[in-house]
Design a protein around this ligand. Structure first.
Ligand code: ZN
Length: 175
């Protein structure tokens, strides 16, 4: 078991920094950071986590979509480390969907995102990967990429009225 890491919360300046590119992907310290980030996201019922959220300002995030109490309808996928990630193409279509964030506990927001994106990243073995992502997984990627640029989902809502508490959100999705 990797150790659980402390999650930086809204107001912590590290969440507003531009993260640095990763150069030594296969280093043991980076591999340990990947393992601990996966454990931390899983333990917190997250579907993704970015390195700045665990106070490491590097261009690295984990996408780990799976159904859990915070996201009952999430598709199941293996937790994947995405390093130096980029969006290389995007759909014209933008869709709004509910997001939360481990760094902004207790709040959900209705956030517009591209419905489909083509992405590029290095995997944890240092191999360049190209993928097309759609819907919920595309949304996670865009949310996590924002973290690497100091942007939080609350910055992306179109109106303050698109912010709700976790409690009201749970009521909304169960109605
Ligand atoms: Zn987040």
């Amino acid at each position: 078991m990797a150790e659980l890491l402390e999650i930086a919360k809204l107001g912590n300046p590290i969440l507003r920094q531009i993260a640095q590119p990763v150069s030594n992907i296969t280093d043991a310290t980076l591999q340990a950071l990947i393992d601990s980030s996966i454990e931390t996201a899983t333990a917190a019922n997250g579907v993704g986590i970015a390195a700045p959220q665990v106070s490491q300002s590097y261009r690295l995030f984990i996408v780990a979509s799976r159904p859990n109490p915070r996201y009952p309808d999430a598709p199941l996928m293996e937790a994947t480390a995405m390093i130096n990630p980029k969006i290389v193409a995007r759909s014209d279509e933008i869709v709004k969907g509910w997001e939360g964030c481990l760094s902004v506990p207790g709040v959900r927001g209705l956030v517009p995102r591209y419905r489909a994106i083509a992405v590029e990243y290095s995997d944890r073995y240092g191999n360049l990967q190209h993928q097309e992502l759609t819907d919920f997984v595309a949304r996670i990627f865009q949310h996590e990429l924002d973290h690497l640029n100091g942007i939080l989902f609350v910055d992306r809502v179109e109106s303050d009225r698109d912010l709700v508490t976790e409690e009201e959100y749970q009521r909304l999705i169960s109605s």
